[in-house]
Design a protein around this ligand. Structure first.
Ligand code: GLY
Ligand code: MN
Ligand code: MN
Length: 465
């Protein structure tokens, strides 16, 4: 499988989407806007994932219009010799038709003039809801002249519908091209983690001062060296107790002998994310309490992985994780057996929550927290109610998504121990997460991120070398 996605793949996605738009339907898909960072400097441009999924076109200021009959129109930046001197190459509408396999292309400046004509006599306008500020108002603006032409016999679409509902389902199951890109992104990220671990141990051995940003620099170096465009999300490089801050970012805290370091970082490669967390001893040797807690998180991840296969529910890996963590928290004395009783009590009362307060995974794809419903669509009408033991709130549960081959999810259990009365001091300030990316297969899952080891002995070995 090459990493170049042929035009036929995007054409096939558009055809599959068109077939779901209903008689007379039409879809409008904008890419992402360019965003100002400060003064006249933009943030690095990142296309919209839905738009890119349907076109493979990464330039800003572009729109796709697709009819239920499968006719595609692209509106994009025009060729402009002067702008291209400043901003770089533009494909332009003339070349776009052949280069992208689109039926027609025009300049984006023609949007307000062309859209009313395209929307006329259609039954339903589909566009992504709540993802592009002001889009609903723009659609209304394009429909106004259509309504004005009613006396000449024009029909105005009576319905508007959320295109995300269709595209989210399509994107949830990855095709072979997407999986090839995701495996590649995962391999680059794995190498980056190894690089950061090794640099950390090497600097400490040499008596040098290590800061979190030194390790972040290694990640960025490896990402770019292997052709990734950017990190898929803000990298977390957390030394010591910073690991207990779930959304900590790589900053400037010193990394000390005896610390654990938690790195949650993954690159994006040609629009696809990877998402890896490793927790390792800064100097390459786990202490006893660190190792005990690490082994527990690893055992909980192994239980989750064993529960990840086609036909299982999305919540099964989480439930498997929690069962192992609950037992381990009692065994290690982080939860008091006299107070909490059995494992079943710990689970039912969510007594593990102060140490494990996030879910065990999420969909992964073009977006790190990728789209796709976590409820099984065929069972969406089955609702049960329960009282949350901690908040007392009544929660409505719907059956969790049944995993299918080609879905990709992360498996990322963790434990975060903040100092608190009754919590053994040896564990205070330890934060551990182990995160891998899993492709669902019929009888199992494929871990695409194991280019960086998780076994503590293997981590120690690679940090020694
Ligand atoms: N790095 C984001 C996450 O693990 O979900
Ligand atoms: Mn994740
Ligand atoms: Mn992560």
């Amino acid at each position: 499988m090459t990493l170049t996605v042929p035009n036929s793949v995007y054409a096939e996605r558009r055809a599959r989407l068109a077939a779901q738009l209903g008689d007379g339907g039409i879809a409008i898909v904008p890419t992402a806007p360019e965003r100002m960072r400060n003064r006249d400097s933009d943030y690095a441009y990142r296309h919209d994932s839905y738009f890119y999924y349907l076109t493979g076109f990464a330039e800003p200021n572009a729109w796709l219009v697709l009819t239920a009959e499968g006719h595609s129109t692209l509106l994009c930046n025009p060729k402009d010799a002067e702008r291209e001197i400043w901003d770089g190459y533009r494909l332009g509408p003339e070349a776009a038709v052949d280069a992208l396999g689109i039926d027609e292309a025009y300049t984006a400046a023609e949007l307000d003039q062309r859209l009313p004509r395209l929307l006329e006599n259609r039954s339903c306008v589909w566009y992504p809801f709540a993802t592009h500020a002001g889009l609903a108002a723009r659609v209304d603006g394009w429909l106004t002249p259509v309504r004005a032409r009613a006396r000449y016999g024009a029909l105005c679409p009576a319905r508007q519908a959320d295109l995300c509902l269709l595209l989210d389902e399509m994107r949830l199951v990855k095709d072979a091209h997407e999986l090839a890109l995701m495996r590649h992104a995962a391999q680059i990220s794995a190498r980056a983690h190894i690089r950061a671990m090794q640099r950390c141990a090497r600097m400490l051995r040499a008596g040098q001062e290590v800061r979190e940003y030194h390790l972040d620099a290694e990640l960025l170096h490896a990402f770019r060296e292997h052709g990734s465009q950017a990190p898929a999300y803000g990298s977390i490089v957390a030394a010591g107790a910073n690991a207990c801050v779930l959304h900590y970012r790589a900053d400037k805290a010193p990394v000390r002998q005896g610390d654990l370091v938690l790195i949650d970082a993954g690159c994006e490669y040609d629009g696809y994310a990877s998402d890896i967390t490793r927790t390792f001893p800064a100097n390459g040797r786990f202490t006893g309490p660190q190792r005990a807690l690490y082994d527990l998180v690893l055992a909980s991840q192994e239980a989750a992985l064993a529960a990840t296969r086609a036909g299982a529910r999305f919540t099964d890996p989480h439930d498997a994780t929690v069962a192992v963590l609950a037992q381990g928290l009692l065994d290690l004395g982080l939860l008091n057996t006299n107070q909490h009783g059995s494992v079943q009590d710990v689970i039912e009362k969510r007594a593990y929550f102060p140490f494990y307060m996030h879910r065990t995974g999420h969909w992964l794809g073009m977006d790190v927290h990728d789209c796709g419903s976590y409820v099984e669509p065929s069972e969406v009408g089955t609702v049960s109610e329960r009282k949350d033991p901690l908040s007392g709130e009544t929660i409505q549960d719907r059956p969790s998504r049944i995993l299918r081959p080609g879905m990709v999810l992360t498996i990322e259990p963790g434990l975060y121990v903040r100092p608190a009365p009754g919590v053994p001091e040896v564990f205070h300030g330890l934060g551990i997460r182990i995160e891998d990316d899993a492709v669902v297969h019929p009888g199992s899952c494929e871990l695409i991120t194991r280019g960086v080891p998780v076994q503590p002995d293997e981590i120690e070995a690679l940090m020694r070398d």
